[in-house]
Structure formats: C-alpha cells, structure tokens
Design a protein around this ligand. Structure first.
Ligand code: 5GP
Ligand code: ZN
Length: 130
C-alpha cells in the first residue's frame, strides 16, 4: 500500500487540516514554507492525469477553498498550487496530491524559473489541436 493510503487509513500519523469521506488535506512533512499543505483524494490514483474529470474537478474545487483558508489564516501574501505528475516532473509519492505552498515574501527559498522561449508556438498549437 502507498504511503498516502497508509496515512488515509490512519496507519501513519499526520497533521490533518481537512477530512471528509473522499478527501484529506494534511501538512506536508517537509514544510517548504510555513503551512505547506497536501490535498489528496482518498481513492488511490497514481497521478492527477489518471483521475476522471469530475473527480479532478472536485479535488481542485476543494483546493481552491483550502488555499483561500490557508492564505488568510496564516497571513500569507499568496500561494503556489502545484501538482507534480510523474517522476520527470518531480513526483515522488505516486498517489495524486496537490501542493498548496503559502508564500510570504519574494526572497524565500521557493523558486520556479520560466526560461526564455525557444520553441515554435504554431508547431505546438498544431500538435495539441490536431
Ligand atoms: P511530490 O514530490 O510527490 O509532489 O510530493 C510528495 C510530498 O510528500 C513531499 O513534499 C514530501 O515532503 C511529502 N511527504 C512524503 N512523505 C510524507 C509523510 O509521511 N507525511 C507527510 N505529511 N508528507 C510526506
Ligand atoms: Zn495511495
């Protein structure tokens, strides 16, 4: 059984900030920033792309609610909402989860770099839309 299924079953302790029949939100053990949270469906899917659209939508709706609550209660100035999908994208636990990473200032330890474009946008559009 995967580590998040063990947490969901209560076999491994966690700091729960939300729970209902289908979803669980816990504090990430690594606390990248103060309040870093993971929101997950209780039903095991290896990753977000495997979820049926309606369940993915329900998960993201809950993420919206919880991110608002976390940002406001912890006095954050914003947040990153992140889903790593597959190892190539940094996914280390193969049970769908959404990171909510509250942000407090521009000089914290979290950084994403969006590099200068070197691709042909029309070629990409054709591949996606055809
Ligand atoms: P990923 O890299 O798969 O997107 O994120 C996995 C996250 O799960 C990491 O941020 C890691 O710190 C967190 N994590 C791994 N094991 C545990 C655990 O046992 N408890 C909690 N609360 N978080 C965990
Ligand atoms: Zn699982």
């Amino acid at each position: 059984m995967c580590i998040f299924c063990e947490i969901i079953k209560g076999n491994i302790p966690s700091s729960k900030i939300y729970e209902d029949d289908n979803y669980l939100a816990i504090l990430d053990i690594s606390q990248t920033t103060y309040g870093h949270t993971l929101v997950m469906p209780k039903k095991h899917y290896d990753n977000f792309l495997q979820m049926p659209e309606n369940e993915a939508g329900e998960l993201m709706s809950l993420v919206n609610t919880l991110a608002n609550k976390i940002v406001s209660k912890l006095d954050a100035k914003g947040c990153n909402i992140l889903i790593n999908t597959n190892e190539v994208a940094g996914q280390s636990v193969l049970h769908t989860h959404v990171h909510i990473i509250p942000r407090y200032d521009l000089n914290d330890t979290v950084s994403f770099s969006f590099k200068e474009n070197k691709f042909d946008l029309n070629e990409i559009l054709n591949k996606i839309n055809n």
